[in-house]
Design a binder for this molecule. Structure first.
Ligand code: PLP
Length: 428
């Protein structure tokens, strides 16, 4: 790519005033080396950085932008909402409409809107504990549910990228009630329920894990979790923050149909603004304040700009939008497989709906240990060769690639024609 002086200067300035120069760790390029381009604007499938370089964006803000950048319907909805005021701290029509949209597509009967996926999972866990009167929770290694104290043990995403097993700052007490099990290992779940069933409030699991790279659930895994939790009076919390409204109009639920007791949402439902939600059976949601005793609140929850962007996104996410995302994702995944094979690079392209990850390994990845066994140096070389050719991949090996309906043939051609050189770089 061309010039990168302004980005380099900004990164230096940022590093003086923001820890590591970024406001979310994976953005710093620590896993791939080099320094990150600073973005100036986005349009459709493209990002333009402050030095004027353009990239085909395969991050899509880490998932939210299924319509691409600056989609006219979203921009218009935002302008209209902003002109009426940015926040009221009082109920607004948009909150009702967004809740209705979510409920129409998913098994949940009620939702509470929050500001981030982290808040959604944190609140769902509190609700599960409050509703069951139990303390212990089960999570799976390599699953990421945001930076909630009790959920950071053996987490994916940045925790995987930076090989942080558990984080300083979480007390032993804060993590003591979290039981971490290997992903996809139903025998381990059965054993834990046999030993500690009456103490377990819930099992939380990514509907299709994508934060250790895409590692789909084995056939029947989520359904069995539902059976086991129900049999022991515990709850199943399916985390659809990443998959929700992206892998289908109803998220992973639309592909697999396992109805959890509680579900968390985020990303797409906020259309690129901070909005997330947790929801579930009405009898469970009734435990929340003000009707019930489980406290949960937020100054900006249900913010009018966020609900406007989310509604505009969901309402424009037609069947054609999902068909396009499915098609381009499959086309690129096939091309990645082809080019890496041609270059003799050991790899596995793993798919979950329209999400995929390339693992630089020659064995199927079914859990976190398998994901971590990949060769991340090959990914770094591959990543930089793509970036130099104007393709912006997630800057970490443990992430899914994200597409939007705005990824037209020209954008996809640029991605596919960049692959042979990147595959050769990964081979070295
Ligand atoms: N849950 C899942 C499955 C996620 O992928 C993420 C973020 O990547 C979160 C929760 C946390 O969401 P947020 O970053 O909005 O706090």
């Amino acid at each position: 790519m061309g010039n990168d002086n302004t980005s380099a200067e900004l990164f230096q300035r940022a590093s003086a005033v923001v820890p590591g120069g970024v406001n979310s760790p994976v953005r710093a390029f620590g896993a791939v080396g080099g320094t990150p381009p600073f973005m100036a604007s986005g349009s459709g499938p493209y990002l333009t950085d402050v030095d004027g370089n353009t990239y085909v964006d395969l991050v899509c803000s880490w998932g939210p932008l299924i319509l691409g950048h600056a989609h006219p319907a979203v921009v218009e909805a935002l302008a209209e909402a902003a002109a009426k005021g940015t926040s009221f701290g009082a109920p607004t029509p948009g909150e009702v409409e967004l809740a209705e949209e979510i409920i129409a597509r998913t098994p949940v009967e009620q939702v509470r809107l929050v500001n981030s996926g982290t808040e959604a999972t944190m609140s769902a866990i509190r609700l599960a504990r409050g509703a069951t009167g139990r303390g212990r929770i089960v999570k799976f290694a390599g699953n990421y549910h945001g930076h909630v104290d009790s959920l950071l043990a053996a987490a994916g995403s940045g925790m995987a990228t930076f090989a942080v097993p558990d984080t300083p700052g979480v007390t032993r007490a804060g993590a003591a009630d979290t039981i971490v099990l290997p992903y996809n290992d139903i025998d381990a779940v059965e054993r834990v329920f046999a030993e500690s069933g009456p103490d377990i409030a819930c099992v939380i699991v990514e509907a299709c894990p994508a934060n250790m790279g895409v590692v789909p659930p084995r056939d029947g895994f989520n359904a069995r979790l539902k059976e086991l939790t129900a049999a022991h009076g515990a709850l199943l919390v399916l985390d659809e923050v990443l998959t929700g409204f992206r892998v289908s109009r109803s998220g992973w639920y639309g592909l697999e149909g396992v109805a959890a007791d509680l579900v968390t949402f985020g990303k797409v439902m906020g259309g690129g603004l901070p909005a997330a939600a947790f929801g579930g059976r009405a009898d469970l949601m009734a435990h929340l304040t003000p009707g019930g005793q489980v406290y949960q609140a937020g100054t900006l929850s249900g913010n009018p700009l966020a609900t406007a962007a989310g509604l505009a996104t969901l309402r424009n996410a037609t069947d054609d939008v999902y068909a396009r995302i499915d098609a381009v994702s499959a086309q690129v995944a096939d091309a990645v497989e082809r080019e890496l094979s041609a270059a003799g690079v050991p790899h596995r392209v793993q798919r979950g709906g329209n999400l995929f990850t390339v693992f630089f390994t020659d064995t199927e990845v079914t859990d976190f240990d398998g994901a971590r066994a990949q060769n991340t140096d090959r990914f770094a070389a591959f990543f930089h060769a793509m970036l130099e050719q104007g393709v912006y991949l997630p800057p970490a090996a443990f992430e899914a690639w994200f597409f939007s309906a705005a990824h037209d043939d020209a954008a996809i051609d640029r991605v596919i024609s960049a692959l042979p050189r990147a595959a050769r770089a990964a081979a070295e």
